[in-house]
Design a protein around this ligand. Structure first.
Ligand code: GRF
Length: 201
């Protein structure tokens, strides 16, 4: 059983998509060992409690990044976490955090990286005028939205789209992409060649 740790800050719909996929056996050999939020008011943390999963709040507000990261790393270790999944975790990880879980941190971002990193990716895509955007699941390194890409899913941008409608269309694809990416990474059947994630049969 691969033990997953979920880090979130808000709504938690990607966390729930992962939990549902595990329930339906779409991510074989995985279990969620702990859900951690840096915000007490995150809906995702209430959802985790509802599911009976260990749920911890490690507040970020008013604290040094190093201190909060150290506590988060300790909590993940306590629960034996082997793969960390950032699911709407609105905080940049310190280099110490990235080093603590080498090659074992994933993130999901609502654009086709390297286009539109950072905040408001859907707004950025609309403002730029791209006809196609999507989502990216990638390994996390020290740079923002930068690590090796595991997979991407595309969505069209429609003439009538606003930020809300585009975000909703991307989110549907996120909920498919993240479980699939986790299943692929857990299977271990891949190699990283340069920046390329290459499937091995
Ligand atoms: C998603 O759009 C994800 O791509 C981004 O933050 C949002 C989190 O949404 N990193 P949710 O909390 O999973 O519903």
């Amino acid at each position: 059983m691969k033990r997953l740790g979920i880090l979130l800050s808000g709504r938690g719909s990607n966390f729930l998509a992962i939990a549902n996929a595990i329930e339906r056996d779409q991510i074989p050999n995985a279990k969620i060992s702990v859900v951690i939020s840096n915000r007490a008011e995150a809906a995702g943390i209430a959802a985790a409690k509802n599911l009976g999963l260990p749920a911890n709040v490690i507040e970020a507000r008013g604290r040094k990044r190093a201190e909060q990261d150290a506590e988060t790393i300790a909590c993940l270790r306590e629960h034996g976490v082997e793969l960390v999944c950032l699911a709407g975790y609105m905080r940049l990880l310190s280099p110490e955090f990235v080093t603590a879980f080498p090659g074992a941190i994933l993130n999901i971002h609502p654009s086709l990286l390297p286009a539109f990193p950072g905040l408001d990716a859907q707004r950025q895509a609309l403002d730029y005028g791209v006809p196609v955007t999507g989502c990216t699941v990638h390994f996390v390194d020290e740079e923002l939205d930068h690590g090796v890409i595991v997979l991407q899913r595309t969505v069209p941008v429609l003439d009538r789209d606003d930020e809300a409608s585009l975000s909703a269309r991307i989110l549907e694809q996120e909920h498919l992409a993240y479980p699939e990416a986790i299943a692929r990474v857990i299977s271990g059947r891949f190699a990283i060649v340069g920046r390329r994630y290459v499937l091995q049969r």
